[in-house]
Design a protein around this ligand. Structure first.
Ligand code: SF4
Length: 169
């Protein structure tokens, strides 16, 4: 129980720290209260999402196929930086594959634009972090690590659902 209480307190402190550093996709600060961070947005792979229907659906109803860096409802913070960098690498690999497959120009253009958008999000975030005093930057990085740990622990695998056909008698 002691460990549980400490964990909750660390999470609360981490949310407080990171909620002040939330931005939109352009890197403009959009700070929110810790309550809004936890309850008026939903965690999606590369940041927070404030799109109401997706929040209501627990993050499973994105109308834009999770192209968050191009979405007005996207609210990333520095705790998502590693996930954003992974996504940039993954999109670059997809673009290479698409080129090798002779994919249509619009497919390549879409991937190129998405890579550029996520790169811009990551660059703005790194710039903001670099501008913080060293002690505060260390606190933010620690808080970000706590939230990543919380998220990884809260990810439960979904069970596959199969449609069972009723056998004719
Ligand atoms: S693309 Fe927009 S609506 Fe979809 S998950 Fe990302 S932020 Fe939410």
């Amino acid at each position: 129980m002691g460990y549980y209480r400490v964990t909750l307190e660390r999470k609360r402190n981490a949310v407080k720290k990171l909620s002040a550093l939330v931005t939109d996709r352009h890197g403009t600060r959009k700070p929110c209260s810790p309550e809004a961070y936890e309850h008026r947005s939903v965690t999606v792979p590369f940041g927070g999402c404030t799109e109401p229907s997706n929040v209501k659906a627990g993050g499973h109803s994105c109308p834009l196929r999770f192209q968050c860096a191009g979405c007005g409802f996207y609210r990333p913070d520095p705790s998502y930086l590693p996930a954003i960098e992974d996504q940039i690498n993954s999109l670059r690999a997809d673009r290479e594959t698409a080129l090798a497959m002779g994919a249509a120009d619009y497919v390549i253009a879409n991937l190129t634009a998405e890579i550029a958008s996520f790169r811009s999000v990551a660059a703005n975030m790194r710039h903001e972090l670099a501008a913080l005093p060293e002690e505060e930057r260390a606190e933010v990085e620690e808080a970000a690590a706590v939230l990543r740990q919380v998220r990884s622990g809260s990810t439960r695998p979904l069970l596959p659902l199969s449609v069972l056909r009723k056998q004719a008698p």
